[in-house]
Every structure is written in structure tokens, then in C-alpha cells.
Design a protein around this ligand. Structure first.
Ligand code: A2R
Length: 311
């Protein structure tokens, strides 16, 4: 048996499989045998705290539940020869569906319409106001990777004109914008689906939101850190930004109170991939990576920063 440190929750299915190979120690229970720990199972939100990394000198591998791993210091991990895995691809379609639902709900004003039907104001006050069509929109995708491409694929059904901004141009039939503000000027909807971390911190700033404009809709399904939340609240309050549909926030699970009172905003509690089916697939991949590492010293889905160790 090997010693695994569990950070955050795991499903019963994951636990059953892991217990065949590992003695599981939970960080939430306090004391753990740092020197014995060879593997960590964590998630994109909790990552691996620096003091935990320091307390586990024999750590060999970290398996992260989620595709985003900005809460894990991969530089320290790589320097120490620790392989980090994550769960790409298995959540592409789910997060893309969440994104499309946010866009549809925002354009069609479904949250207010649902309240209008449920509350009885339809009967008392008459029909709901007209909404905006979600078809035929110019949509800018910030981060055209695995999930961004899945979003673009689903948007085809709505006849969207796709624009994108990434650091390098891709071989795709969409309009590339090397400058994010220029893309924001050109589109009606801006969808954020880059990784978090320093390179994208507040990349959607006041200038970008002003460029998106009073008729523009900002959708964030990536990381709260990608959008300057304070600037976004102000832009929405001033009417410089039209609408926002948000699944992620800077200080989760805290959401700025100002956003909760705005009718031009849709708020979700970070549920982009949160279905039974997709979370089961993510959990399986977390365990598969751990077992693969035990069997071969290699993982199935290393993060790029530790791929050179995964040989
Ligand atoms: O920039 P590129 O050419 O490496 O394209 C990547 C883009 N990207 C960025 N775009 C603009 N400025 C940046 N600083 C920047 N950094 C990365 O984001 C690529 O097109 C995309 C990321 O794609 P994947 O690595 O395939 O990630 P995936 O699986 O789509 O997930 C994206 C994120 C996760 O990291 C979680 O934070 C979230 O979605 O759930």
C-alpha cells in the first residue's frame, strides 16, 4: 500500500478504487505522515498548499480533479520531479453546454421570464417583455483550446460568427484577433475560457469591457481571476457593459453583493462541469492517473509543465 493525501472531497466511487492501492490520509483531518506521502489527490480549487508540498519530501505525483490547475505550483512540482496530472477533454462538452445555456438564458432573458411565470405577475400584469435573439450573433472566444473549440462547435447550431483571441493563431476557419480589445470591439458576446493563473490575470480589464460595450455580453466559464471583477461590477452599474453571465468568481464561493441585485446578470455557483456523468468521468481519470503512475511511473494526462518528467 502507498500513502495518499486527499485534499478536498472525493466521490465514493473514487474512494473504493483508491483504497485498493492506497492508504488514504485526509488533509481536512489534520495530522498526516508527510514523509510517507507519495501521492496527492486534489482539485483545481484547493490545489496543493505550499506548506503541504514542503511537508511531503517524497511526493512523486499529484492528481488534480479538473482541467484547470492554477492552484498548483507546477514550477515547484517540476523542479522537485513531481508529475502533476489533470482531467482534460472529459469535460469539454459539459462546460460547452453550460456556456451555451448561459448565453441563451442571457439573450432570451429566461431567468426573469421564469420568475414572471412562477410569481403570477404574468396573470396580474400581462406578457413578459420581448428579449433578444441568441441566433446569428458575433461571438468572441477568449481561449480557443479544447473547451473553446467545443463551444465553437455548439455555437454553429446558432449560426454564430466566431472570432477568437489566443496568443498563437490556430488553424481554424474563424476570425483571429491578436489583440483582445480589438476582438471585444468586433463582437457582441465575449466568452472567457482560458486557463487561470498569472498570464491571464485580469486580462478582461476595463478597456476590454468598454470595447464590448453597452450592448455586449460577457460570459465567464474559465476562472474568476481572468476578469477584473471590480471593474466589471462598475461597468455593469454604469451601463458601459450590457450583460454578464458568470459561472466563476474571484473569491469563490463569495460573489460580490452588487452582482446579486442586477437584473442584467446571471450567476451560477461554478457548475460548468457539474453533472453526475461528467464528474464521474473526471473522477475516473483522477484515479486512472494515480494507478497508472503506480504501475508505470507515468500518468495518462500530465499537465504540460511536467510532461518532460512523464517519460
Ligand atoms: O494562447 P494559446 O495559443 O496557448 O491558446 C490557449 C489560450 N490561452 C491564452 N489566450 C490568451 N492569452 C493567454 N495568456 C492565454 N493562455 C492560454 O487558452 C488555448 O487556446 C486556451 C487553453 O486551451 P486548453 O489548454 O486546451 O485548455 P481547456 O482544456 O480548453 O481548458 C481551459 C480552462 C481550464 O484551464 C480551466 O481554467 C477552465 O477552462 O475550466
Amino acid at each position: 500500500m502507498h500513502d495518499l493525501l486527499q485534499i478536498g472531497g472525493i466521490t465514493d466511487g473514487m474512494r473504493t478504487r483508491l483504497e485498493e492501492h492506497f492508504t488514504i490520509h485526509k488533509l481536512s483531518e489534520g495530522a498526516y505522515p508527510g514523509a510517507a506521502i507519495t501521492h496527492v489527490a486534489t482539485n483545481g480549487h484547493d490545489g496543493v498548499p505550499a506548506d503541504v508540498l514542503a511537508a511531503c519530501p517524497n511526493l512523486k505525483m499529484v492528481s488534480c480533479y479538473g482541467v484547470g490547475y492554477d492552484a498548483i505550483d507546477t514550477k515547484v512540482a517540476a523542479d522537485r520531479g513531481i508529475i502533476v496530472s489533470h482531467t482534460p477533454n472529459v469535460l469539454n462538452d459539459e462546460v460547452a453546454s453550460t456556456t451555451i445555456m448561459l448565453m441563451l438564458a442571457s439573450f432570451r432573458n429566461f431567468m426573469a421570464d421564469e420568475a414572471h411565470a412562477r410569481s403570477g405577475t404574468w396573470e396580474a400584469n400581462g406578457n413578459a417583455p420581448l428579449s433578444r435573439s441568441a441566433d446569428n450573433r458575433r461571438v468572441g472566444i477568449l481561449g480557443l483550446g479544447r473547451i473553446g473549440q467545443a463551444i465553437a462547435d455548439k455555437l454553429a447550431v446558432f449560426n454564430a460568427e466566431i472570432h477568437y483571441h489566443t496568443r498563437s493563431k490556430k488553424d481554424v476557419p474563424y476570425t483571429y484577433h491578436p489583440d483582445l480589445t480589438d476582438m471585444a470591439k468586433a463582437v457582441e458576446v465575449l466568452i472567457c475560457i482560458t486557463p487561470g493563473g498569472p498570464s491571464t490575470q485580469h486580462i478582461v480589464n476595463e478597456e476590454v469591457m468598454n470595447a464590448l460595450g453597452p450592448e455586449g455580453t460577457l460570459i465567464n466559464v474559465s476562472r474568476g481571476s481572468v476578469v477584473d471583477e471590480t471593474a466589471m461590477v462598475k461597468a455593469l452599474q454604469d451601463g458601459r457593459l450590457g450583460n454578464a453571465a458568470l459561472d466563476v468568481f474571484e473569491a469563490e464561493p463569495k460573489i460580490p453583493d452588487a452582482l446579486k441585485t442586477m437584473s442584467n446578470v446571471i450567476l451560477l455557483p461554478h457548475v460548468g462541469s457539474a453533472t453526475h456523468e461528467t464528474r464521474a468521468a473526471m473522477g475516473d481519470l483522477v484515479v486512472d492517473n494515480l494507478i497508472s503512475h503506480l504501475n508505470s511511473g507515468k500518468v495518462l494526462t500530465s499537465v504540460p509543465e511536467t510532461a518532460h518528467l512523464n517519460v
